[in-house]
Design a protein around this ligand. Structure first.
Ligand code: PHE
Ligand code: ZN
Length: 848
């Protein structure tokens, strides 16, 4: 049976806990099925608390409980216990038993590849012991671990180590979600870092034996992150030791536990022959992200889970700044906007839409979303744009000064900006409270030397936001003179009304506007401006983002036209691409991005927005036609550009080399449409790195000459889990839509399809869901296969199952036949006995 009445939690119901937790001492005696956890917790009633002593606890066997040494008699429920307690400080002691080997949900204490590890965010600590498992309860932890394992780790600094025993003390008060423990037989890749005040920090990267060769890049990324946070935010590390552990079975990317970050091995292990350039960049960013949480998340944490964006939005923004500094800022910005449009805009358009700071939830794990993370980061970026870089730094310093050691809210965050700048941010707060992507319409007027831009914003009412109000939108805009020079350099127009005009005087000639430079706000820009403007901006815009955007919007409109009317690709697009490709003043990575086409799901989003029912087959056909036409138009350039961007020096994952490889691989894909994959086969045979191998294999699979290489790849890499994830995924990604579900189904029968491992499950099922025409194939086979596997995974791992349900979130935009097929699958999953709370909440919201 499903939970009879799933409870909804409301932000407005927030009440502080009635007790302070003065200190926590935990003693673990590890055993695969019967781990004992003894807790000794000092509580003190708070002056105005309600005296109700409730400790969360789930799936725990209580062995004993004492208060001040005397046996206690708690009332145990499904989700915790209550107990009569004295009206003065007291010591709570409890012993519980848990079953880490039986914990397939990967939340709480569990086992992965023979090692013990924990995952506590958001509410997993309650599966380890009885505790007030809420982020506003912060305390100092001491941890003792007993077990026959060479490596025994927890948070903070090591205080004592002997045979089969280790103790750790974390001096920084923290909420329970930042607790971590790791035990096992692990290899250490050591390093060290000297902080700006001269303290020596021991760094360790712990991996499973066999992964020793994949550590150096991550270690360097950690040092770079530590340095960057000192240089840019003035934040120094605060313990003697920093440990990172790579774990194969992990629901998410990584976790920022204090002093002991735990990573999905795919988010930290890297080597040239097993990782692509994209993997390297992602790993660097995730290591930075988790490290940056030490200040934005750990030293200052969230009062409650509604404030999740307080730590996540800010930390994603910080890691994006880091990547921009380490690599190319325009390339990073463009990639982030592609990702935002692909994931967050789609979320905003459907039944899962929610504000960056939600006001209610049933299962908090379902709110680790693109809206909270990526849109949350956009809000920080806008704030910085509105107040300026200098005021931003000062306000953030004030935030650290004022709130260090506290559990905070978005109101606290905005108040430091108000106090620092004297601005009123009441209207800005709407970005946090209103769901949906605003549309920003732009029109222009040219009147005897005065040029005017007229903007109109609108936000479609939704269940989450029935009565939307205008938001403050920073519009970074510049004007170009007819000769292509910058007539008015970028300035930030601050829009606060539903409709607002901005005039520019003293111009010699009618300019061409470049608005929303750098994508200065997460809105959909709708423009009535002449199409010729875009070709002009593609050739001349001084803002790299908008130059890319001009090309992208020409491509998008051309594709949308082809989908609607079968029109041939726009010659303006082909010409623009020709010029771009040959422009050696442009960074190769940037040129590679220029050649990317809007994703098929993004095209469906755009069609839906204009009121058209997207047809996945038509979208696929138009995209393929565009690719063919492009290969024909640019084919003569493909070989010379490919040759010009071969890297001859030894492999390095840096941005410069990666850019050359990206552009060469874009040419390889063009060539694949002309030579049946012959050039790709040569690259595959000669490549000494995974970036080139995988790109070649992908072109070959699409060209139809990849079968032998696919088998050779498997033979070569069958023992490497992360590389095999790519092997599984690629076959689905590169499949023809009429084959996608069949290939995915066949892969689930492969002996190495360890579906309980989230990475492996996602490599097939995530790729299926991400293949727009394949997943939405008319016969419903894609829907059916995914539903089968979600039903199978749910009892094993509700979190990963629930996350994958979002594959169905856009279902209402498709035709009736597809909707009927999907509805049947949603209902079939919902009818499954004992469906988890996580999956139930997701599917109920999606089903509507
Ligand atoms: N807090 C993690 C991060 O953003 C994400 C995460 C959430 C990991 C929940 C595990 C569980 O860095
Ligand atoms: Zn995070």
């Amino acid at each position: 049976m499903r939970d009879a009445a799933p409870t909804t939690i409301y932000l407005s119901d927030y009440r502080p806990f009635g007790f302070d937790v003065i200190s926590v001492e935990l003693t673990f005696t590890l055993h695969p099925n019967r781990t004992r956890v003894a807790s000794r917790i000092a509580f003190a009633p708070r002056p105005n608390g309600d005296g109700r002593f409730f400790l969360h606890g789930e799936d725990l066997k209580l062995i004993s409980a004492r208060i001040d040494g005397a046996p206690a008699e708690p009332d145990i429920t499904d989700d915790g216990l209550t107990c009569a307690v004295p009206d003065r400080p007291f010591i709570w002691e409890a012993e519980v038993e848990t079953d880490p080997a039986g914990n397939t949900a990967l939340e709480g204490l569990y086992m992965s590849g023979g090692m013990y590890c924990t995952q506590c965010e958001a509410e997993g600590f309650r599966k380890i012991t009885y505790y007030p498992d809420r982020p506003d309860v912060m305390s100092v932890f001491t941890v003792h671990i007993h077990g026959p394992h060479p490596v025994l780790l927890s948070n903070g600094n090591p205080v004592n180590r002997s045979e089969n025993q280790a103790s750790w003390h974390d001096p920084w008060p923290k909420p329970a979600y930042l607790f971590a423990l790791v035990a096992g037989e692990l290899h250490n890749h050591p390093g060290s870092f000297t902080t700006k005040s001269g303290r020596e920090v021991e760094l360790n990267l712990w991996v499973r034996p066999g992964d020793e060769g994949k550590c150096e890049f991550g270690m360097q990324a950690l040092k770079d992150s530590m340095k960057w946070d000192e240089d840019v935010y003035g934040r120094e590390y605060d313990l003697d030791i920093f440990n990172i552990v790579a774990v194969d079975d992990f629901n998410m990317g990584a976790m920022e536990n204090k002093g002991l970050n735990v990573f999905n091995s795919s988010a930290v292990l890297a080597s040239p022959d097993t990782s692509t350039d994209m993997n390297f960049e992602r790993i660097e960013a995730i290591i930075a992200h988790e490290y940056f949480h030490n200040w934005t998340g750990n030293r200052i944490t969230c009062r409650d889970w509604f404030q999740l964006c307080l730590k996540e939005g800010l930390t994603v923004y910080r890691d994006s700044q880091f990547t921009s500094d380490m690599r190319s800022a325009p390339v990073k910005r463009i990639s982030d906007v592609i990702d935002l449009r692909g994931r967050q805009f789609a979320e905003d358009q459907g039944p899962l839409a929610h504000p960056v700071r939600p006001e209610s939830f049933q299962e908090i794990n379902n709110f680790y979303t693109a809206t909270v993370y990526e849109k949350g980061a956009e809000l920080i970026r806008m704030l910085r744009c509105l107040v300026g870089a200098d005021a931003y730094s000062k306000a953030v310093d004030l935030y650290f000064d004022r709130h260090d050691g506290e559990a905070c809210t978005i109101e606290d965050w905005l108040r430091v900006f108000e106090d620092q700048t004297g601005r009123n941010l009441t209207q800005f707060m709407r970005w946090y409270s209103q769901a949906g992507t605003p549309t920003l319409k732009v029109e222009e007027e040219w009147n005897s030397g005065v040029y005017t831009l007229i903007f109109t914003q609108s936000l479609k009412p939704s269940d989450a936001t029935p009565d939307p109000l205008p938001q403050v939108i920073p519009i970074a805009a510049g004007l170009l003179a007819p000769d292509g020079r910058e007539a008015v350099p970028t300035q930030v127009l601050e829009m606060t009304e539903a409709t607002q005009s901005f005039s520019f005087e003293g111009l010699d000639a009618r300019p061409v506007p470049s608005v929303m430079r750098g994508f200065s706000a997460p809105v959909v820009l709708e423009s009535d401006l002449p199409v010729a403007h875009r070709a002009f901006l593609l050739a001349h815009d001084t803002d790299p983002f908008n130059r890319w955007e001009a090309g992208r919007s020409i491509a998008r409109d051309s594709l949308l036209n082809a989908i609607r009317t079968g029109a041939a690709p726009d010659p303006a697009y082909m010409d623009g691409m020709r010029v771009t490709l040959q422009d050696d003043t442009l960074d190769p990575a940037y040129r590679a991005l220029m050649l990317g086409l809007p994703g098929q799901s993004d095209l469906a989003t755009a069609l839906h927005k204009e009121g058209t029912t997207p047809d996945p087959d038509a979208i696929y056909a138009a995209t393929e036609a565009m690719r063919d036409a492009r290969a024909a138009h640019l084919g003569d350039l493909a070989q010379p550009v490919y040759a010009a961007h071969q890297v001859t020096e030894p492999f390095s994952p840096d941005a410069r080399q990666a850019g050359h490889r990206a552009l060469a691989n874009a040419m390889l894909a063009l060539l694949g449409r002309l030579d049946g994959g012959a050039q790709a086969a040569r690259q595959y045979a000669a490549a000494d790195n995974m970036t080139q191998k995988l790109a070649a294999l992908s072109v070959m699979l699409e060209a139809g000459n990849g079968d032998d290489a696919l088998a050779a790849f498997e033979a070569e890499w069958k023992d490497d889990r992360l590389v095999m994830d790519k092997w599984f995924a690629l076959q689905v990604v590169a499949s023809r839509p009429d084959q996608t579900a069949k290939i995915a189904a066949r892969l689930t029968e492969h002996p190495d399809f360890n579906w309980k491992n989230p990475n492996r499950f996602r490599s097939v099922m995530g790729a299926l869901a991400g293949h727009h025409p394949g997943f939405h194939a008319k016969d419903g086979a894609g829907y059916h296969l995914l539903a089968d596997w979600l039903i199978r995974l749910d009892p094993v791992n509700p979190q990963t199952t629930a996350r994958m349900c979002s594959a169905f979130q856009t279902w209402r935009r498709y035709d009736d036949a597809r909707q009927t097929l999907i509805a049947a699958e949603l209902d079939r999953i919902l009818a499954t006995p004992d469906l988890s709370r996580d999956t139930t909440e997701m599917l109920t919201r999606i089903r509507g």
